[in-house]
Ligand binder design. Structure first.
Ligand code: GRF
Length: 321
């Protein structure tokens, strides 16, 4: 089994979601372990539970502190504990943009509404007032914009006759406790799931103009140009030739560039067997917080180096807008 991802949980209060996450981490199929529970309120109830379960805790009141300063201290605690992911569970603080950006793709939040409906506060009352048939809960990636990152999973919760915000909140809590550990687990699992990674690369490669897929030596590959005379710009590489990586191979500009990248960022790049000799680099996909925009940039660059002029002109025109 792959190594477990290390997760820090940030809370502000009761920490019932934290408890759900913590106990789910004890199940055999858990893809993560909790390395820290941190709170912006030293009195947060969840802290004592975490400590009783033998989890490291950290607490620092935000009162009298600058936002950036408090964020930095929380972040430092998470890093110090070796966290690769931050999971917000009822953390009632708005984070600085910089903090959110630094953890993009590696920070999740749970929000008690069916996003994009009702970001912000008072979600239950707003759903009841609007006459909605259901409230619910969403787990999403955190981006600088409040409650607006990619939704990873949702669960609907029926609103009954005469429902109050409190009664609805209480029931939604049950749904939260089911949803959060599951979505977190799936999210972490997918970064090692070859099928998920292949589907993503395929989507990005085929989004470029005049491309098609063709197998090469048993691996999926993508070509630019016509079916007849097209040229490869990417290959999918699933732990081939003894490599532990799942990767996409793309063309670099030169052998020097390839070797420099591999030396400077061995966690992100490697020189693949056979292909490496002709300037193809392996961009590693099965790693925490992979930036898919970066993969898309590599694919486009590699595609540009072989694509017909008619096709690159198309994309140049599109990129002007
Ligand atoms: C939950 O309702 C969650 O959706 C929201 O804050 C609440 C936290 O509750 N973001 P708890 O501390 O996990 O019990």
């Amino acid at each position: 089994m792959a190594e477990k991802s290390k997760v820090a949980i940030f809370i502000s209060g009761r920490g019932s979601n934290m408890a759900a996450l913590l106990y789910a981490a004890k199940l055999p199929e858990a893809a993560y372990e909790v390395v820290l529970v941190a709170a912006n309120d030293p009195k947060a109830e969840g802290l004592t539970l975490a400590a009783a379960e033998g989890i490291d805790t950290f607490a620092l009141s935000h009162k009298g502190m600058q936002r950036a300063e408090h964020d930095a201290a929380m972040e430092q605690a998470a890093r110090g504990a070796g966290a690769e992911y931050i999971v917000l569970a009822g953390y009632m603080r708005i984070l600085t943009d910089e903090f959110a950006k630094r953890w993009e793709g590696r920070m999740l939040n749970i929000h008690p509404s069916l996003l994009p409906r009702y970001p912000g506060l008072d979600t239950h009352q707003r759903a009841i007032d609007a006459g909605d048939s259901h409230g619910g809960v969403s787990v999403h990636l955190v981006t600088p914009e409040l409650d607006a990152g990619e939704v990873l999973g949702q669960m609907r919760v029926a609103i009954r006759e005469g429902e109050t915000a409190d009664s609805l909140a209480e029931r939604i809590r049950f749904a939260e406790h089911q949803l959060y550990p599951r979505v977190l687990n799936d999210y972490l699992g997918r970064e090692n799931d070859p099928q998920f990674l292949l589907d993503k690369v395929r989507e990005l490669a085929l989004a470029l103009p005049q491309t098609h897929e063709r197998e090469s030596h048993g691996s999926p590959g993508w070509r630019a140009g016509s079916e007849k005379s097209g040229k490869y710009f990417a290959y999918f590489n699933d732990q081939h030739h003894g490599s532990e990586h799942i990767a996409v191979l793309v063309k670099t500009g030169s052998m020097d560039e390839l070797l420099d990248l591999v030396e400077a960022q061995p966690q992100a790049y490697f020189k693949p067997a056979y292909y490496g000799a002709s300037g193809w680099i392996g961009v590693i996909l099965n790693r925490p917080g992979l930036d898919w925009d970066h993969v898309a940039d590599w694919l486009e660059r590699s595609w540009r180096s072989v694509a017909p002029k008619s096709a690159t002109k198309l994309i140049d025109a599109a990129e002007q807008f």
